[in-house]
Unconditional design. Structure first.
Lengths: 275, 563
């Protein structure tokens, strides 16, 4: 399958079990016609992590699709003042996903405690909205510099933000996976929204923590810079993370805001849904 | 095989309330969310219900006598082992965990490691076993009450009682550390006290075995209100982690107030790393210097600055002067709930060789670290949003206006309604109890008393400090309510029961009227934060107690006049 995003956005994606896990609890959805990219990392025993992440991703896509067809579709939760309509819609979708996961967990005892992180990005022309809950991240590579756009909702990241812990200590902490927010845990969730403007040549990376636990920012930046195509970058990142241990599921979506002429000629992106 | 990446939920809100129904009954539950263990799904491991099938399986060997009555014990059942005739507590392991052999193996190893501890202050783990598809651990059944519930009902403990319990905890902990076992989740919920005042630390090895078993499903870290900074940071843990947690417990036992307060468990956990505790004497001026010093040393953020062994702490708690002060002076006297073995214990010199070995060598692979999963901070967030936290300060007083008192009966042993005590016991207690308990005895002449410990245990704080104390939230003086006076004990008890049924902490005190030497009974309730007192008075009035009034907590009023 191949898609070309309607704005000049080249993309590639890949999801992999990693080398330790037997199942993949990450899910992602790429919806070029909506310029929507969603990545979710599930948690919970008895395979419910897979259920949670898939449900989250699908709910977000479904809500955005519905809103596309029916712009007056009610917003779930409170409208965020000062945020764009697109941002409000994406936040609404994430809140709905939270409800969906929460209700699914409530209905089925075996699914108790299931939850998911999510990072979703949507474009409209040069504008971009990122919504996230948990520790799945969005990075931007601009002029060779990698910048994390989504502050992790994790216990350790909070300690770093409050100046209680150095980044080095944080990287060695065994509580890396302790989240402060996730979808499905409570009936309501606070969604963090970022709005950014794209510049020509920007690359974006959405990833699950299986990537960032294995690779430093420097290595990620290098892999993004070196690749000619988004798909190549995505595959390369997954390979590198696996070489570094592959302790968790690894999922990446790479987006490149291609120069206009290059965009027209861009090779077709492909993505793999894992092994 | 299921291998969730991480777990954010520990306690589902439902479970939190289940697990603590005993706390919900009492008033000072406000700390509940913070005292919920930040574990990852304890429910991952422990079966929440005894289903019919597991009941059938277990009944091959046990007569199930019911749920172990104490919410804090979680999913524990009281049972009689038909083979040995013993009464035991059974903790069930969730079937889906039990069916994972590798995970069970790790769980079992850690637990059986902890079984090595044989000590009168440690709840014995007997066995790890399977019957049919059910995996369970059996352990000593302790008939009694958790320290949590005692603290909830009475706030702080009288000094003597507090020291007694502290030394018992030290004693059990010392033995565990000598075996190389770190508790990792010490908290009042894990300490049981029986009717004789014997204390047992529970759940040694549980924290670690759960961690071992859940390396793939999430890890347990502890309880925000009782977690050491290194635990909060996810750094390696050793026996000094237990010493810090014990410091937090001692703080609460002696001041009646938790060390750190915040709106969310996460905020509490972060305070463990960042914030210096308010000096205990600012919460309760009657705290002796040596106790304060010991508590604060336990609470050093840097493990290297704490006591380096439980034995050191024990010594500090015993010899106020640090020069081998006779322990007899502080040995509990005449309290019905005293363990008999304790005072002998107290004289044993503690060799430094008991310094525990670190069990760190057993640490597992780096992957396990990475997978060490999420904790339940999240759920607690939810739970806590609902619950406002006001923890009142102060120790157990006998807040009777002096004119009403002829024979003060400090509720030193008031875990259960205190019986009248011999006069000598009362006078001995004077040295340790807040002045309001026995105002006529607590005058500055007290040092002339024959009790050698008097000069040391007396409050060392000038009352000028009080103003700042009152401004501090959580440290403001607690309020006690005088509910009524009854001629017959039966009347007092039935009033107390009505109040208790309403979820308020209550105590009945026998008193003697000096004029006609008639005995009567006074019902008190509290302590409450001042902000709460009016609500409580209204509630009591709705119950028909119209003469309710506030009485001053110890350390104020009369005492100030004496200085």
């Amino acid at each position: 399958m191949a898609f070309q995003a309607t704005i000049e956005m080249e993309f590639g994606a890949r999801s992999d079990n990693g080398r330790v896990r037997e199942n993949n609890e990450d899910s992602f959805r790429v919806v070029p016609e909506l310029n929507l990219f969603v990545l979710s990392d599930g948690m919970g025993g008895q395979a419910s992590g897979e259920v949670a992440s898939r449900l989250a991703a699908e709910t977000i896509v479904a809500h955005c699709r519905e809103a596309e067809a029916n712009p007056s579709l009610p917003i779930i939760g409170e409208r965020i003042d000062g945020a764009s309509a697109m941002a409000n819609r994406l936040a609404s979708a994430v809140r709905l996903a939270n409800q969906a996961v929460h209700q699914a967990a409530e209905r089925n005892e075996a699914r108790t405690g299931m939850g998911a992180t999510v990072v979703a990005v949507q474009f409209a022309d040069e504008r971009m909205t990122i919504a996230h809950v948990g520790d799945s991240r969005a990075y931007r590579l601009r002029n060779g510099e990698l910048e994390q756009l989504t502050p992790d909702h994790s216990f350790i990241a909070e300690q770093v933000r409050q100046g209680l812990m150095s980044a080095k200590d944080a990287s060695q902490s065994k509580l890396q996976n302790v989240l402060l927010r996730a979808l499905g845990v409570d009936p309501e969730v606070e969604v963090e929204i970022n709005e950014e403007l794209l510049a020509e040549g920007d690359m974006l990376l959405l990833c699950s923590d299986g990537l960032t636990h294995e690779l430093s920012d420097e290595r990620i930046a290098a892999a993004l810079c070196d690749a000619d195509e988004a798909q190549e970058a995505a595959s390369r990142l997954v390979e590198l993370a696996n070489q570094a241990g592959g302790g968790d599921n690894i999922t990446v979506i790479v987006l490149r805001h291609a120069p206009k002429f290059a965009g027209a000629m861009a090779k077709i992106g492909r993505w793999f849904t894992g092994s | 095989m299921d291998q969730p990446d991480k777990t954010t939920t520990g306690f589902s809100p439902g479970r939190a309330s289940n697990g603590s129904h005993e706390q919900l009954k009492t008033v000072l539950i406000s700390e509940l969310p913070n005292s919920a263990t930040v574990v990852v799904e304890p429910s991952h491991l422990e079966s929440p219900n005894l289903t019919t099938s597991s009941l059938n399986a277990l009944s091959q060997r046990y007569d199930i006598l019911g749920e172990a009555g104490h919410g804090n014990m979680g999913n524990v059942y009281k049972a009689r082992d038909r083979e040995t005739g013993e009464t035991v507590a059974l903790k069930l392991i969730k079937p889906e965990i039990a069916s994972d052999l590798g995970m069970m193996e790790r769980f079992k190893n850690e637990l059986l490691f902890a079984r090595k501890i044989t000590h009168k202050n440690v709840c014995r783990v007997y066995d790890f076993n399977r019957i049919g598809g059910i995996a369970y651990t059996s352990m000593e059944y302790v008939e009694g009450e958790s320290l949590r519930s005692v603290l909830n009902r009475f706030g702080g403990l009288p000094l003597r009682k507090g020291i007694d319990l502290a030394l018992q905890i030290c004693s059990g902990l010392k033995e565990a550390h000598a075996q190389g076992i770190v508790h990792r989740d010490l908290k009042p919920e894990n300490v049981m006290i029986d009717a004789q005042g014997n204390l047992k630390i529970m759940d040694f090895g549980i924290a670690r075995s759960m961690e071992a078993a859940t390396h793939l499903t999430g890890a347990m870290v502890g309880t925000p209100a009782y977690m050491a900074p290194e635990q909060v940071a996810g750094k390696p843990i050793d026996y000094r982690t237990d010493i810090y947690s014990l410091g937090l417990m001692l703080y609460e036992m002696f001041t009646g107030s938790q060390t750190f307060h915040a709106d969310t468990p996460v905020a509490v956990a972060l305070k463990q790393m960042r914030e210096e505790p308010v000096a205990p004497h600012e919460v309760d001026p009657s705290i002796p210097v040596f106790i304060e010093r010991a508590i604060l040393k336990c609470l050093a953020k840097d493990p290297g600055k704490r006591y380096q062994s439980v034995a050191e702490l024990e010594t500090a708690l015993r010899s106020p002067t640090g020069t081998g002060f006779p322990t007899a002076a502080l040995a509990p006297i005449g309290t019905p709930s005293l363990p008999t073995g304790r005072s002998t214990d107290a004289t044993i010199a503690v060799p430094a060789t008991l310094l525990p070995a670190q069990p760190k060598a057993k640490r597992t692979s780096p992957i396990a670290w990475v997978l060490l999963g999420g904790l339940a901070v999240l759920v607690m967030l939810a739970a806590m949003a609902a619950v406002r936290k006001i923890k009142s300060a102060g120790s157990i007083p006998s807040p009777v206006p002096p004119t009403q008192l002829s024979e003060p009966t400090p509720p030193a042993s008031a875990f259960h309604a205190p019986p009248t005590r011999p006069a000598n016991a009362a006078s001995a207690d004077v040295t340790n109890l807040p002045a309001a308990t026995a105002p006529h005895r607590a005058k500055p002449s007290a040092p002339a008393n024959t009790q050698p410990s008097v000069p040391i245990v007396f409050p060392h704080v000038e009352f000028g400090k009080k103003a700042s104390r009152q401004n501090r939230p959580g440290a403001s003086a607690p309020v006690y309510l005088w509910v009524g006076r009854f001629q017959r004990e039966g009347g007092a008890q039935s009033a107390a029961k009505r109040i208790e049924d309403d979820g308020l902490p209550v105590v009945v005190m026998p008193r003697r009227n000096p004029q006609n030497s008639q005995q009567f009974f006074v019902v008190f309730t509290g302590p409450f934060a001042r902000t709460r007192a009016q609500d409580v008075i209204q509630r009591l009035q709705e119950q028909g107690f119209f003469s309710v009034r506030e009485v001053k907590p110890p350390g104020q009023g009369q005492k100030r006049n004496q200085h």
